[in-house]
Design a protein around this ligand. Structure first.
Ligand code: GTP
Ligand code: MG
Ligand code: ZN
Length: 302
């Protein structure tokens, strides 16, 4: 029997079978110690083989199929253990808010670098546009221009008033999609708006002031009626990059990668080299100063 891992709460794992039913499963002991670098040997999105235990109405996971891809993060920059957020993804969406809470561009860029590092296409979804005044709308336009120019599709939405929810739905159709972002950005609220009836728990208004509280505590994959899935994840405060080689970083900024053929040196790091097309593009505004500063900061950390 085969299935798809849709939720894991430690010892029990929920696996979706081909007929749509969900089975509680356990992992055969041998997997636990194999990959000690990760806190979770099994990830949401993993395809697995099962040995059913008819007597107890559950099953044992006996094999994890090779992953097409996966995305990993560390809890913080300094932490040693990493966590596989999800596997076999078609697309990663970062849910961004300019208010309540505000998502920084540093955070956005770290997320995008990680997705690019794992060859997972990524987009930005700016949520809560219903509460943006004229100043935040201006900032939204600026950010959208910067990120679209860098090669990342952007969509401005509101889970509350329904703005662009249909457009978002179309993008998600038929794919396995990841929703990530800060706690309170509205990941779960958006999934509820996209697929009414799921009734995923979202933060109560009365709890809005309680910082650091996560409403979603375990990642879970939800099925879309039009085909496809969304992985809802617990909010993250910081996006600690896993140990990329420094030489990998330039590739993870698409707008800089595109200019590399025009740099004088084919291994240009766009920092100190003469004849650097990226630095020239900074002067002309073709590459954003904001993105370049993130690039330098990430290079510096790695
Ligand atoms: N005004 C407004 N509020 C929103 C919108 N989307 C979500 N919210 C509110 O923002 C709060 C947080 O929403 P959640 O969906 O729980 O946020 P989350 O990203 O899932 O948070 P975690 O599960 O903790 O990671 C809730 O009170 C939502 O009602 C929106 O588009 N506009
Ligand atoms: Mg949530
Ligand atoms: Zn260069």
């Amino acid at each position: 029997m085969e299935g798809l891992v849709v939720k894991s709460t430690g010892s029990w794992i929920k696996v979706r079978l081909e007929d749509g039913s969900i089975l509680d499963c356990r992992l055969k002991g041998q997997f636990r110690i194999r990959d000690i670098k990760h806190t979770n040997p099994l990830a949401i999105g993993d395809r697995v083989d099962l040995e059913p235990d008819l007597q107890h109405g559950n099953a044992m996971i006996t094999r994890i199929h090779p992953r097409e891809n996966y995305i990993i993060r560390k809890a913080t920059k300094l932490s040693k253990v990493s966590h596989i957020i999800a596997a076999n993804l078609d697309h990663a969406y970062l849910i961004v808010t300019l208010a309540e809470p505000r998502t920084s561009t540093g955070f956005i860029d770290r997320f995008l670098v990680t997705a690019a590092g794992y060859y997972i296409p990524a987009s930005l979804v700016f949520n809560k546009t219903d509460i943006y005044g004229p100043e935040l709308m201006r900032q939204l336009d600026d950010l959208r221009e910067i990120y679209q120019k860098a090669g990342y599709p952007c969509l401005a939405v509101s889970a509350l008033d329904g703005t662009n929810i249909e457009e978002l739905k179309m993008l998600l159709k038929g794919k396995i999609n990841l929703f990530s972002g800060h706690s309170g950005a509205g990941k779960s609220a958006l999934i509820n708006a996209i697929q009414p009836g799921l009734n995923i728990k979202t933060r109560e208004i009365s709890e809005a002031h309680q910082k650091g509280m996560h409403t979603t505590t375990y990642a879970e994959m939800h099925m879309l009626s039009g085909g496809g899935f969304i992985v809802d994840t617990p909010g993250i405060r910081e996006f600690g990059l896993i140990d990329f080689e420094m030489s990998e970083i330039p590739r993870c900024f698409p707008e800089m990668e595109n200019l590399l053929p025009y740099c004088q040196y084919k291994n240009c790091t766009h920092t100190h080299e003469p004849g650097c097309a990226v630095k020239n593009a900074l002067d002309s505004g073709e590459v954003s100063r904001l993105r370049y500063n993130s690039y330098l900061s990430i290079l510096n950390d790695s």
